[in-house]
Design a protein around this ligand. Structure first.
Ligand SMILES: Cc1cc2nc3c(=O)[nH]c(=O)nc-3n(C[C@H](O)[C@H](O)[C@H](O)COP(=O)(O)O)c2cc1C
Length: 176
């Protein structure tokens, strides 16, 4: 059995950047794959699964992937437009966790901010007042704050997350 499979889906490239940073930190211990080309999860001890947040949950392809995992140790990572420390980020991770079968164990989670697709922002700017996504000073500030992410610091954070995870995995989590 190989060590770590990093599997992800990415529409505009943010999640892919984070996946690549994680893979760089894991080096030869990991295989990196886009979800459509992923090798069998059962050949790996740990699956590190990354998605972009779509309406507060994993994007559809990764949702399906997570639902089909059985008996795996899993690390979840997500990119999202909102603040990674927000309740929304936490609930999005929870929404990923509850999709999985009970025989899977979540060993770690990572949230990283990601720029929102300008096409989506343009669409939201046209939404009528009163709709949950209609533009407001707060939403404009949120979209602007996300625009430069993931940045160099985010990718460094992803790398150090993976280094920390591997150290914990080798010491304790492997035995779980
Ligand atoms: C259709 C759609 C729905 C989204 N829903 C959310 C959301 O509910 N919460 C959030 O914080 N970001 C949301 N986003 C922003 C993305 O999660 C974010 O930009 C992410 O980093 C995109 O990753 P990618 O570049 O790998 O596709 C949404 C983006 C799109 C296109």
């Amino acid at each position: 059995m190989q060590d770590i499979l990093i599997v992800y889906d990415s529409k505009t490239g943010n999640t892919e950047k984070v996946a690549k940073a994680l893979a760089e930190a894991a080096g030869e211990r990991c295989v990196l794959a886009q979800v459509d080309a992923a090798p069998a999860a059962d050949d790996f001890a740990v699956v590190v699964a990354g998605y972009w947040v779509d309406k507060g949950a994993p994007n559809a392809k990764m949702k399906k992937y997570l639902e089909n995992l059985h008996g795996k140790k899993v690390v979840l990572f997500q990119t999202l437009g909102a603040d990674p420390a927000s309740d929304h980020a936490v609930s999005s991770l929870v929404n990923a966790g509850v999709l999985m079968n009970k025989d899977c164990k979540v060993l770690g989670t990572l949230s990283i901010r990601g720029a929102i697709d300008p096409a989506l922002i343009a669409m939201m700017r046209k939404m009528p007042a009163g709709s949950p996504h209609s533009p407001s000073p707060e939403s404009e500030a949120r979209w602007a704050a996300a625009a430069s992410h993931p940045d160099v610091e985010d990718l460094a954070k992803a790398k150090s997350f993976m280094q920390g995870f591997l150290a914990m995995y080798d010491k304790f989590l492997k035995m779980m």
